[in-house]
Write a protein that binds this ligand. Sequence first.
Ligand SMILES: [Zn+2]
Length: 295
Amino acid sequence: MPRTFLIGRLSDKQWPGPLSGEHARTPLPEVIARLDDFFVSVDPRAKTRCIDGRHDPELDEAMLGPQVPGGAPGSALAYRLGVDKDDLTRGTFIGDAEMMLESYLRLGLSPGGHRDDDVDGDGVGCGAIDGLQSVLDCMTNPRLVEDHKRLVKTILDVDFNRDHYLRVMGAGLVLQSRSQGYFHDRGEILDLLDRRAPGSVSTLRGKHQEAYLVVNLVEGTTMSSNRFASAHGGAQAFGYDLWRSRQLVAALFPLPTHQVDRERFIHARVMLTIATLMALTDGSLQVLMRLPAEG
Ligand SMILES: [Zn+2]
């Protein structure tokens, strides 16, 4: 049996995001005790989902893909910050995302992304993509850096590496200085995804009501987000399938000499996930970690 651990609130401080854990209705011990009921095996052909807990009307419960922040395009920024050896003063997010998308397709992984039904302005509807500029702002905010490092350390546990952390943080700071130019045209990403991988973009319904973050390390499993929300009085959960990031790096950087790239990519991915939660939430969500059975 996988084991679930309570990490506590994201933070005791006030984060910049609007979303709070107030939607929680179910006593926490009950959520923990029943969490496994909402995890299913991923279908390898199913498209990658966002960590978003909102309702996806087209979700096929028998064919769920893994959840990562920003779906497939979200990995592009992690690659830029953690791995790319190019000059950080060049390149664009749309260019990086296109490259990442091609890698997914080449490796037989099913990319995915989503829009929103109530998006206004120039947003594409996915907090993890729309807000990338504020995500970068949060990651490099001196007021938030202690929280950020603590959570990244907790999630990466024994794999945490201080040098990787500082390097990605430094890359983030450099990129932030030209984030306007880098993220220009990011709205085209979902059109690109639609074109290159037809049917890979879904539209999520309604409002964010996430009350939990569940970090899942049990390989091959993912949360049924629709079912979780309906069983918890509408309270949703962000689901991050961290095992999927590890699987992705193993595919992207397969050689023994790629060890450092693998480690840096994972650091960047987790660092951006925490920064995304800083931009989306006020820090009051409860964090749960789901680990494989012992032995
Ligand atoms: Zn999203």
